[in-house]
Design a protein around this ligand. Structure first.
Ligand SMILES: Cc1ncc(COP(=O)(O)O)c(C=O)c1O
Length: 401
């Protein structure tokens, strides 16, 4: 007996996860997945260690410990600009990934349609697919990733139940403006659809921009399901603490699904994050400034190597322009001896050089010289292979998704 479910048949390991495994295997510096190796804030790990030492290690409420939900509510008010009731409108989830999955499970039926902006974050697509949700794509147009609102309007059908907004966006680094969010919200409301926002990179915005949560726009408030987490903000990607903020009638079923699949997010780590949320404002300013420096460093390296990088407006990556290839070329196995970040690839999906997929400036200061050299080499190598590289910014067109 070797049946696997129809549900997982079309789901494959995500490209970023694949690249992370490959990178670990060859001992490279991972410029692909948003693995933040900045120093963790001492308050977060002290809070978690104290919770472990004092045996706060049992299951928490499925919606999360009260102090954390209260602090998240304060953070939403202070930083995101909307008020939320910690008792009924916040669910602490297993990362924002768990937040998106539980929100989608609680609100969507198989056969419903959800709109994704393209380029999209692969986990969003695959989560929807596994639930049997149909997806529609609306391109964001480079270089500034503008939204074609006529195309967006045309993508709505009577079956549309939601639209996903990732801001700052993975992978293109677009930061959605208030005006854009207002228009998206208005369309969603008109079609009775939810707006699922993934705001995991909310503190990492550049060039004096400000992050806007769609929930902070009065007219969009009741269609917004706000999803975020602390992986990137506090450099604790493995802690798996995120949250969903949503109207109470939706937060309740999201909590039930969270209970069913995860029981609760790891309790001691919830205490750690509750402590980290006491940190002063200058932490967040410095975080964005550090990433901005790294973005510029990587962009310079890519320019020197002959690429034209799309400068991200937020998030941790920098994407070089590269040509789309033919299917035949995509199947080629690449070997790059100069750069250990690349390795012989086993199949067409792993032929993407890491520099072209997403170059994450998340190396620590300790490693930044080594990292710059590696980024230089990686960009040089990517130039040589750019003719044969798939267009990861449009993976569907490249047959990659
Ligand atoms: C857009 C986006 N959402 C969610 C995540 C994962 O967040 P978490 O660790 O909170 O599950 C990532 C990680 O790279 C991401 O890029």
């Amino acid at each position: 007996m070797n049946q696997i479910s129809d549900r997982v048949r079309n789901v494959v390991q995500s490209d970023i996860r694949r690249m992370s495994r490959e990178c670990e295997r060859v001992g490279g510096i991972n410029l692909g997945q948003g693995i933040c190796d900045l120093r963790r804030s001492p308050s977060s790990w002290k809070g978690a260690c104290e919770a472990i030492a004092s045996s706060k290690a049992t299951y928490s409420k499925f919606e999360g410990i009260d102090p954390l939900r209260e602090k998240i509510a304060k953070k939403c008010e202070r930083f995101n600009g909307f008020s939320v009731d910690p008792a009924s409108q916040i669910v602490v989830t297993v990362g924002s990934t768990g937040g998106f999955a539980t929100a989608a499970m609680a609100t969507l039926n198989a056969g419903d349609e959800v709109i994704l902006f393209e380029p999209y974050y692969g986990y969003h697509l695959n989560t929807l697919r596994i639930l049997g949700v149909e997806t529609k794509f609306v391109p964001l147009n480079p270089p500034d990733w503008a939204i074609d609102f006529d195309a967006l309007r045309a993508a709505f059908t009577p079956k549309t139940r939601g639209i996903v907004v990732c801001t700052p966006s993975n992978p293109c680094g677009k930061v959605f403006s208030r005006d854009e969010l207002e228009k998206i919200g208005a369309l969603a409301r008109e079609h009775d659809a939810w707006v699922y926002t993934d705001e995991i990179y909310e503190y990492i915005v550049y060039d004096g921009r400000r992050h806007t949560s769609i929930a902070s726009i009065e007219s969009c408030r009741d269609v917004a399901i706000t999803i975020s987490g602390f992986s990137k903000t506090f450099s604790v990607t493995g802690w798996r603490i995120g949250y969903v903020a949503a109207p109470a009638q939706i937060a309740a079923p999201i909590g039930l699904v969270n209970d069913l699949f995860y029981v609760c997010a790891p309790t001691p780590l919830q205490w750690g994050i509750a402590r980290a949320l006491e940190i002063g404002e200058d932490y967040y300013t410095k975080l964005a400034a550090d990433y901005e420096k790294k973005r510029d460093l990587l962009a310079d390296a890519l320019r020197e190597a002959g690429f034209t990088p799309y400068l991200p407006q937020g998030r941790t990556t920098c994407s070089p322009k590269c040509r789309r290839s033919s299917a035949t070329i995509r199947k080629r196995r690449l070997r790059c001896s100069r750069n250990r970040v690349w390795r012989r690839c086993r199949d067409r999906r792993s032929t993407l050089p890491i520099a072209e997929r997403s170059c994450c400036g998340s190396a620590s200061r300790r490693t930044s010289t080594r990292w710059k050299k590696r980024a230089d080499a990686c960009a040089r190598s990517a130039r040589h292979a750019s003719d044969s590289a798939p267009n990861y910014l449009n993976p569907r067109a490249s047959g990659l998704s």
